[in-house]
Design a protein around this ligand. Sequence first.
Ligand SMILES: Cc1ncc(COP(=O)(O)O)c(C=O)c1O
Length: 399
Amino acid sequence: MADSERFSYEGLFSKNSTVVAPGAALRPKYDFAVAYPDPETLPLDGLASSLKNALDRDGKDLAYYPNSAGLPSLRRLVAEKLGRDRNMTVGEDDVVLTSGSGEAIGMLIQALTDPGDVVLTEEFFYLGTMRQMRRFGTDVVGVKCDYEGIIPQELEATLERQAGLGKKVKYLYTIPCFQNPLGWTMTLERRKQVLEITRRHGIPVFEDDCYVDLRFEGEDVTSFHSLDDTGSVIYVGSFSKILAPGMRMGYMVAPPEVIQRAMSFKAGGGVNQFAALAIEEYLKDNMYQHIEEENRALVVKRDAMIASLGENFGSAATWLVPQGGLYVWVEMPEGTDLAAFQEQSFREGVGFYNGTMFSPEGRGANLARLCFGHPPAETVYEGVAEWARILDRNGLLRG
Ligand SMILES: Cc1ncc(COP(=O)(O)O)c(C=O)c1O
């Protein structure tokens, strides 16, 4: 069809809409940019036979539109898991299933903020959440952290600064376990201090716990939710990291008044019942055995990344060895511009995301997040060595 015959949407788009570029076409040989889990331990046979069992039993229910909060038996399984693993006292009615935790995060952002409202976050945090906050016009302010988590004095000072500006802070968003991208887990002491401050200032904590199950070593730290008996903690979790992002299944746990508001932003009526049936049927008997198997694969990849960083970067960079999760956060000397170099690194075969992408203020050009979850361990090892060679060739490896 000739261009002149094409229909024009000029003048028809809403003011809210923005242009989203199609997914990245560039797939580097060594891809450490996106946080995919291990593909080899995906329980494909288990999921297929679980789906078959569930369909034999409940398949005719697919003729109905699903429950808008999601499959009740999967919500019950989530509530029981959170009771066992996160010390949370919740029932199935406190849980809403969503299309990945990303949908839950978007619903909560819309329920809690108007354009121009201020929200607080860790100084570097998951860019998917930052994008959604920005999309709904939220003013995002980062709070300084150290290896134990959010620094309480910094949180207090930030809240006072915002109050001085006449701004109401709507919530504190935190990723307290295997923080994305920083890699640490917030200590119990810090969680208590943070909660004392947020409660005193009358703001809720928005706890994003999607990596909690990917622990390779060390002790679990209890959830913010379990430390609060006032309803001031909103919790989101995901099946993306313990099963697969392709399943698109996550959840929120919140007081009824928050759920009722958030539900007004739920699109599409419930979640995919096919995925929910397969997940429930599979995980009710296999959850912990599967998580253990996945973590056994992931820790080998983490160790390969750490070994290769040690051998190829020496004193040219520093990094935290995470006790779980999917990332290593690498710090190069001040002045190293990894932001300007990122695209070229992709083109030369190694994908990574630089720190500025995770900072509300756009800081951190000398920082990088490297994800070790998806490639095999040998490829992780080789890829880090290749990254060092590329950086060196481009004059960015000093030390
Ligand atoms: C901290 C954090 N929260 C939420 C998500 C969204 O995950 P999903 O929508 O697949 O559940 C991610 C994905 O990487 C993440 O890192």
